[in-house]
Design a binder for this molecule. Structure first.
Ligand SMILES: [Mg+2]
Length: 242
């Protein structure tokens, strides 16, 4: 019996890489720099960001915690000796996310899929790793017309720990009141979505797509795979029958 679906967001429900992430991120940092100009030159900003982000990654990732842009931009301002007032931090975050907001798109089959899941009485939760503000994502879900589809949303930036840390999956399951063995996680990252949820006892479905770049891992095999989200309920029925 399956009572709950945990959804990854980026590249599972929403296409976050219509262009390679690295080039979008580079363009986004250019906009952030322009939000600060002329107080700092482009090279100085770029060097400061690389150094601060590297330090955040080294500090947080070993413990499974989420490094994010809020801390990064605060660190950059500190390093550049620019007062970190809330206005400037907001402009930096707005500038970075604006590049992605202009490009990301909801996969067209998602609204109908979510409706069908809800018609079946399934609990739905969103479990997302993100460097951006959760309010930005909530605004996009509203723009795409799916804000009310989820019983619970948890974002690593707010939560602190990121997938595959078990606590973020546990948060979602506790919120909807469903045991791991009665839930299915669907996501596009084996090492993040599938490994983390499997470790907790959830069943798992890998969402394959054109951006998939991770190699296969014989120690982390999902229970099912889909290329088209429209096939998800069929896969769920097959899993439930096992
Ligand atoms: Mg993803």
């Amino acid at each position: 019996m399956i009572e709950c679906i945990l959804f990854d967001m980026g590249n599972t429900l929403i296409d976050f890489e219509p262009e390679p992430f690295a080039s979008l991120h580079r363009e986004a940092l250019g906009r952030v720099h322009r939000a600060l100009a002329p107080r700092v030159d482009a090279d100085g900003f770029s060097d400061a960001f690389a150094s601060v982000w590297g330090a955040l990654e080294r500090r947080h990732r070993p413990d499974g915690r989420q490094p994010h842009l809020g801390d990064a931009f605060r660190g950059v301002l500190d390093r550049l000796e620019i007062p970190a007032d809330p206005g400037v931090l907001t402009r930096m975050e707005d500038a970075h996310f604006s590049v992605f907001r202009e490009r990301i798109r909801l996969y067209p089959e998602v609204p109908r899929l979510l409706d069908r899941c809800r018609d079946r009485g399934l609990k739905l939760a969103l479990v997302s790793n993100t460097i951006w503000r959760s309010d930005d994502h909530r605004a996009d879900l509203a723009r795409f017309g799916i804000a009310d589809a989820f019983d619970h949303q948890v974002y690593s930036r707010d939560f602190g720990w990121m997938k595959p840390h078990p606590s973020i999956f546990r948060d979602a399951l506790d919120a909807v009141g469903v045991a791991p063995e009665r839930s299915v996680m669907i996501g596009d990252r084996l090492s993040v979505d599938i490994a983390g949820a499997r470790a907790l006892g959830c069943r798992t479905i890998l969402r394959r797509h054109e951006h998939t770049w991770e190699g296969r891992d014989p120690a982390c095999v999902p229970d099912a795979e889909v290329d088209d989200l429209a096939d998800l309920l069929e896969r769920l029925d097959a899993l439930a029958a096992q």
